[in-house]
Design a protein around this ligand. Sequence first.
Ligand SMILES: Cc1cc2nc3c(=O)[nH]c(=O)nc-3n(C[C@H](O)[C@H](O)[C@H](O)COP(=O)(O)OP(=O)(O)OC[C@H]3O[C@@H](n4cnc5c(N)ncnc54)[C@H](O)[C@@H]3O)c2cc1C
Length: 417
Amino acid sequence: MKIAVLGSGVIGLTSAWWLAQEGHEVIVVDRMPGPAQDTTRASGGLLSASYAEPWATPRAPWQLLRGLFKDETPLLFRPSWDRKQWAWSLAFLRECAPSRFEANLRAMVRLAEYSLSTLNQLRQQLAFDYDYTESGVLSFYRDERSFDESQDRADRLRDLGVDRRILSPEEVVSLEPTLASVQDQIVGGDYCSDDESGDAYGFSKQLAQHAQKKGVQFLFNHDIVRLLYDEGKITAAEVIDDQGCYQQLQADLFVVSMGAYSPFLLEPLGVPCRVYPAKGYSASFTILDSDATPQASLTDMEHRLVYSRMGNQLRVAGLAELSGYNKALSTKRCNMMVKQTKALFPNGLDFDNVQFWSGLRPATPSNTPLIGRTHIKNLYLNTGHGTLGWTMAAGSGRALADLIANRQPEPEFPFLH
Ligand SMILES: Cc1cc2nc3c(=O)[nH]c(=O)nc-3n(C[C@H](O)[C@H](O)[C@H](O)COP(=O)(O)OP(=O)(O)OC[C@H]3O[C@@H](n4cnc5c(N)ncnc54)[C@H](O)[C@@H]3O)c2cc1C
């Protein structure tokens, strides 16, 4: 079967890989000049089943409300006249109900765990070099209430088979000695040794090369304008190249993996896709003194910033703004990341040459991605991975290939059908 995968982020690429493994003829289309140059480009590096937690928690509405009046909050909601923003926010509030939170947590953890084991298998099959570390993820808390909640969460995760170990401040510092100078601020931590980290962009570029060797074709610099529908199915994708030339790309089946932009293609066809952009930031610092820079991958739970080493750089990523399709870098938010990083690791990094970046997470209200068939029989989705697209990519691609082959995917997850 000829399959067109629309979008070459980490999700489109893993989809293309697993579909090619099934013997399909696959073509990947993207408007960028190469693979993974949008949200996957400089996101955080955590591959973490133990943090597969929805944003929509019973406490989230209060946190959002607080964010309305503060600039230095990790989760920023900027109300606008955008109808989609309001529809998304209302759906998000519904997902904050305790029963929805439990169901979403379970689904995310199952998919994330499956994905990490799939990634492991892929690493054994193919050569990769993407600054991968297996040292686990260590989180630290400065607020008693958040720490108490994390202990409760750790119990639930344990029931789901994820071992998130609770730590005292002394244990946090013994796992990551560069935090010694802030030990008096830390009330506790937790650590999951099964978590990993790595550069999603490096992985994606290499997976694209492996896929190309397996016969997957790539059509870069092509903007996908719309899908053509006739007699109950999609007949072609209308694309336009950077010279302005239109083309109709025909295929037997289409997979939409266009991240935060997926709804634009689907709405005209009446296909529901409640994905809204949640802007995040990253700052990459060159490491000047390795001993004064953390070895472990870290999460500062108060500021919702993750720290991971990528070669000779430390990547700091996080923050979330619900402010539409706007990737402008806010000086305040960039300064805030530098301030927090300097407060933790004042001596090891080059603070004069920081590479700032922002990307739009394709967020669903429940935080669970949309994977599977739509009401149009040859149109599939693999999108809406929000905060954890890198973690969930390998498993989502494989599950999608299973669904297209009419097989039940391994993880227990609410796939579309
Ligand atoms: C600051 C930040 C930190 C993060 N940290 C982590 C982390 O630590 N761990 C983790 O697991 N996840 C993390 N994420 C989430 C993760 O990066 C995303 O979920 C993931 O990259 C989404 O991948 P995607 O393929 O769905 O989207 P994208 O990477 O955005 O890919 C979509 C592709 O579709 C293409 N496209 C869109 N519209 C069109 C069109 N009309 N025509 C042609 N092409 C089009 C785009 O060019 C793009 O290449 C983070 C995200 C951010 C922003």
